[in-house]
Write a protein that binds this ligand. Structure first.
Ligand code: FAD
Length: 382
């Protein structure tokens, strides 16, 4: 097929889903991923995995390529938020009517499902290929391999699905009139866990648990192995409770006993996890245009957002769905037209979602703890 040799940078959630979509269209797709093939690691090497909340945008994109049922089997429905107050009392706020839910799924497991499907569809997956540089004028991608070899690839089009620190976007940033804005928020996050209790879930498995505490919060999502993955969001510094002020087990115990006592009692590995796991930062990225010559940014590389609306991945999946629809409508004899339409359609929507994600941080950590908010949400849910 002429004009349809596609090079995707990044085999994350968006790059692998995009590979499946384009391969199903009969294109010759290669994905270049800097990490090694995670499927070859044994369980002990797998390490931590956060879980993602998968919602309608994401399901729609999976349904179009026949993956909805397969993914549903690996996910757990969460019908609402369960709010934990400081005394251990909980309130349930349903997400909608008639059992509407969002779904919890392990990021690493989900990524592996998508990589496997991409392989089945005939996508050429090149792991251990770190993209060092892209020449957007010549359509050339330059890669380093672990053994020191360097490779150059020249596809017809390049799709940058290489996340918030995209190499393709780096190249685009050197062009005139490329707008770029990034912002680290004041908070960071740390992964913790609640293991199963007496062989079962230690809390209600069908809810997204939130401990909102004003300037900080803890959340927990269920896993199929009956554990919960928790994420603690704290300011880095300058507040009464912040990462900078938790320096030893005593500080940690004091914070958890004071603010998250019901969770604390379910976290036997808290010390090791808190002091062993990294503290990660949270970034929002806006840029435009997403297109340069024969290359396009997609997913987090074009619109990384903070995770409080649970929409970064869902939104990236929607990117794939919309791009696919445009290819169906306009064909790929002129990728320029498809790319141009894509960025015009997607930019306003993703800007809006990035803003909602920032706004939802305030709601999750603060308003959901406010009695008036709880009453209003309960009335809305009826
Ligand atoms: P990434 O997931 O970053 O994948 C990029 C891939 O490219 C990686 O595999 C990387 O190794 C590879 N790569 C990077 N650079 C190169 C290079 N130079 N060469 C080759 N390969 C490269 N979203 C939701 O929808 N729901 C949620 O519940 C949710 N929860 C979140 C919780 C947290 C704590 C965070 C931080 C994010 C959350 N998100 C959530 C957002 C979601 O994780 C991202 O939007 C999503 O992972 C973006 O996918 P991506 O494929 O665009 O980028």
């Amino acid at each position: 097929m002429k004009n349809n040799n596609v090079g995707i940078i990044g085999a994350g959630l968006i790059g692998s889903l995009l590979g499946i979509y384009l391969s199903k269209k009969g294109m010759d797709v290669s994905i270049y991923e800097k990490r090694s093939d995670q499927r070859k690691k044994d369980k002990a090497q797998e390490g931590r995995s956060i879980n993602m909340a998968l919602s309608d945008r994401g399901w729609k994109a999976l349904e179009k390529i026949g993956l909805k049922d397969k993914v549903k089997d690996s996910s757990i429905p969460m019908y609402g938020r369960r709010i934990h107050d400081e005394h251990g009392q909980t309130t349930f706020l349903s997400y909608g009517k008639e059992n509407q839910a969002i779904y919890s799924i392990s990021r690493s497991h989900f990524n592996q499902i998508l990589i496997e499907e991409a392989e089945k569809e005939g996508v050429n997956l090149c792991f251990d290929h770190r993209c060092d540089h892209v020449d957007i004028y010549k359509n050339e991608m330059y890669f380093s391999l672990p053994d020191g070899r360097k490779l150059k690839k020249v596809p017809d089009v390049i799709l940058g699905a290489d996340g918030a620190y995209s190499s393709l976007r780096d190249a685009m940033q050197k062009q005139a009139r490329f707008n770029y804005k990034q912002e680290y928020i004041s908070h960071g996050y740390k992964e913790l866990s609640i293991p199963p209790k007496d062989g079962d879930f230690a809390m209600d498995p069908n809810a997204l648990h939130i401990w909102p505490r004003g300037t900080f919060m803890l959340i927990a999502l269920p896993n199929p192995d009956k554990s919960f993955t928790c994420t603690l969001f704290l300011p880095f510094e300058g507040e009464k409770v912040c990462f900078e002020k938790i320096n030893d087990e005593e500080d940690l115990e004091s914070v958890f006993r004071t603010y998250f006592n019901d969770a604390y009692r379910l976290m036997p590995n808290l010390n090791e996890e808190f002091f062993g796991n990294p503290t990660s930062s949270l970034i929002t990225i806006e840029c435009y245009p997403w297109v340069a010559h024969k290359s396009l940014l997609i997913g987090d590389s074009s619109h990384a957002m903070v995770p409080f609306y649970g929409q970064g991945m869902n939104c990236g999946f929607e990117d794939c769905f919309i791009l696919d629809g445009l290819i169906e409508k306009f064909g790929t004899t002129s990728w320029d037209l498809v790319f141009e339409k894509f960025q015009k359609i997607r930019k306003p929507d993703t800007d809006a979602i990035c803003q909602l994600a920032l706004d939802n941080f305030l709601e999750m950590r603060d308003s959901v703890a406010n009695p008036k908010f709880l009453i209003r949400k309960k009335i809305e849910a009826k």
